[in-house]
Design a protein around this ligand. Sequence first.
Ligand SMILES: O=C[C@H](O)COP(=O)(O)O
Length: 333
Amino acid sequence: MSQTTTATAAPVRDHLPQLHAPRNEGMPLDLDWVRGVQANTSAIERRAATLPGRRTVKKEYQAAWLARAVTLIDLTTLAGDDTEGRVRRLCAKARQPVRAELLDRLGLPHITTGAVCVYHEMVPAAVEALEGSGIPVAAVSTGFPAGLSPYHLRVREIEESVRAGAAEIDIVISRRHVLTGNWQALYDEMAEFRAACGPAHVKAILATGELGTLRNVARASLVCMMAGADFIKTSTGKEAVNATLPVSLTMIRAIRAYEAATGVKVGYKPAGGISKAKDALVYLSLMKEELGDPWLRPELFRFGASSLLGDIERQLEHFATGAYSASWRHPMA
Ligand SMILES: O=C[C@H](O)COP(=O)(O)O
């Protein structure tokens, strides 16, 4: 049962400068709703298992879809040996992620990535390097990746990153609140983190690989949205298991349920281990099928990825020239 997703036109043609979606103002914690959420793990896993083998996008549209995927990448470096120089090179890549000549040959518009994602200390360098580009800087925060530094310092870290110019803050939640079913504590934490973000949009990293069950993933997604998360994000990239398709289905369906109840569209960011162009196409078709076209834009969908762009570039080069280039020709920074 191969269902083919077809684009009606080159899907990147309408790529606009980066805009954020309206904020999610949140709602009071509805514990009955949270406790009533179930996740049918075997059904979710069965559905997820059918996704990679399907022909998701027709061949003739693939280059355009891959270019679309580039516009959705939070181009990321989160390494202990990050330097301002590396971040500046990454930002140059974000401004021009694919060679102009290649895009011209494919008849595609010039594009940028969705954002650049760095640690707090690298925010000023990224802000300076991206000035005038319209590309937002995202800062990981709140004691990323474990989220176990003193609580007041986690709140302070958010405020400092916003002051340094980050337009997006990727916070990590306290996994223990999920594992102990303390939904009130998770809600309060998320609401305070959101308030500390001020005008910056907030992505809630659930670290799903550490939450035990898909039911916990579904409930944590819902609580974070109720507390005002603008995006929910799977992983830090540092857990043993990061973004997976079953987790994505679970979180996407929580987003759908939240929209049905509140009318508010919350964004989705799978992160960690997404490094192949073909995986990006699977995610795009999943978003289109489960949530629809609004979630194919940077306002509502991002890939958290450090090496995906290199593989997409190689595929685009193949579309343009018929030959693959070596991966070393596509350095990130
Ligand atoms: O949020 C982004 C992730 O840390 C990137 O993970 P990755 O290096 O596996 O692509």
